[in-house]
Design a protein around this ligand. Structure first.
Ligand code: SF4
Ligand code: SF4
Ligand code: SF4
Length: 295
């Protein structure tokens, strides 16, 4: 189990705990440690700021410079002395941090969330100028009155029912989008995302080997060589470089130390050779949650 499950999940997956979606968390006064990091006193204020600085620019298509990088600390004071990576990750884990989850768990989250709002994707707008990519799903947005606070944006925000959302997520899974869940002052759950290589967090953390922004999933995938025909269709699906092809064997292998457990490679395997297992069942992968950015 990742650190969040231990601290906020009572031994279960943190994002499947109903208490982490509750209004009590949304409106409670933050601790002094949390306030020092996020510079506001409640999660509602934090979410309003995030909405204004991240979602609104994507909706109104303002310049790229006006949009903040999703996942970057939004409230850290400028400083002459750069904090260590360890300090930055610790702050991010308090403020806004993510975890990859497979489609099965994304569907369980959809079942828990009391409202789901589909909206424009800030990362794809900021990084690729794509204005109508609607892969970002805010949780409880309408319940906290956000739509009333930003009436100009309301027309661009679609409140979806659970079945519609699941159907959309299934489609994205088949297209190879990785699913991620994010906090707004941990452990409050704020959104579910469907990301590709245009995601700011993916680019900064994985592509540029920067400071971690999300945990790996509570799972990894395995290839059963009894079924693998070596077609290699699954290889390009992996955004984490976890797959290698052995020409000697004519099979694909998933390196458990590199697999992030997103599970999206399964959808392209016509031979059902790829299965997902709990991370803790693999001794090599069991305790790997973050990318080793020094390698
Ligand atoms: S995290 Fe993913 S879905 Fe959410 S805004 Fe970024 S790229 Fe879009
Ligand atoms: S898609 Fe399936 S059969 Fe093809 S290489 Fe991957 S695991 Fe093997
Ligand atoms: S090998 Fe692992 S990280 Fe790569 S696509 Fe499959 S589940 Fe995701």
């Amino acid at each position: 189990m990742c650190d969040f499950c231990t601290k906020h999940g009572e031994g279960k997956k943190w994002y499947l705990q109903v208490k982490n979606y509750a209004d009590e968390l949304l409106y409670e006064e933050l601790s002094s440690t949390q306030r020092d990091i996020v510079k506001v006193t409640t999660r509602v204020e934090y979410l309003d700021n995030l909405f204004e600085n991240f979602v609104m620019p994507a909706i109104s298509s303002v310049s790229k410079e006006q949009i903040t990088s999703h996942g970057a600390p939004t409230s850290t004071e400028p400083s002459d002395v750069l904090p260590s990576e360890e300090t930055t990750v610790a702050s991010r884990q308090i403020e806004h941090f993510g975890q990859i989850l497979p489609i099965e768990d994304a569907e369980k989250v959809i079942d828990i969330a009391s409202s789901i709002t589909r909206m424009a994707c800030g990362c794809r707008f900021a990084n690729a100028g794509k204005k109508d990519e609607r892969y970002h799903f805010g949780l409880m947005v309408d319940r906290r009155g956000t739509l009333e606070k930003f009436p100009d944006a309301a027309a661009s925000l679609e409140v979806l029912d659970k079945e519609e959302t699941k159907k959309t997520f299934r489609k994205y899974d088949e297209e190879g989008m990785i699913h991620m869940i994010w906090t707004a002052v941990t452990p409050y759950v704020m959104c579910l995302c469907n990301c590709d290589r245009d995601c700011s967090n993916y680019r900064n953390y994985i592509q540029k080997r920067g400071t971690p922004r999300f945990f790996r999933a509570e799972y990894i995938c395995k290839v059963d060589w009894n079924f693998c025909k070596g077609c290699r269709s699954c290889m390009s699906r992996c955004q984490f470089g976890a797959k290698t092809y052995s020409s000697a064997l004519g099979k694909v292998y998933i390196d458990p130390t590199r697999c992030f457990g997103c599970g999206v490679c399964r959808a392209v395997c016509e031979n059902d050779a790829i299965t997902i297992i709990p991370r803790h069942e693999d001794t090599e992968a069991a305790n790997i949650w973050l990318q080793d950015t020094t390698k």
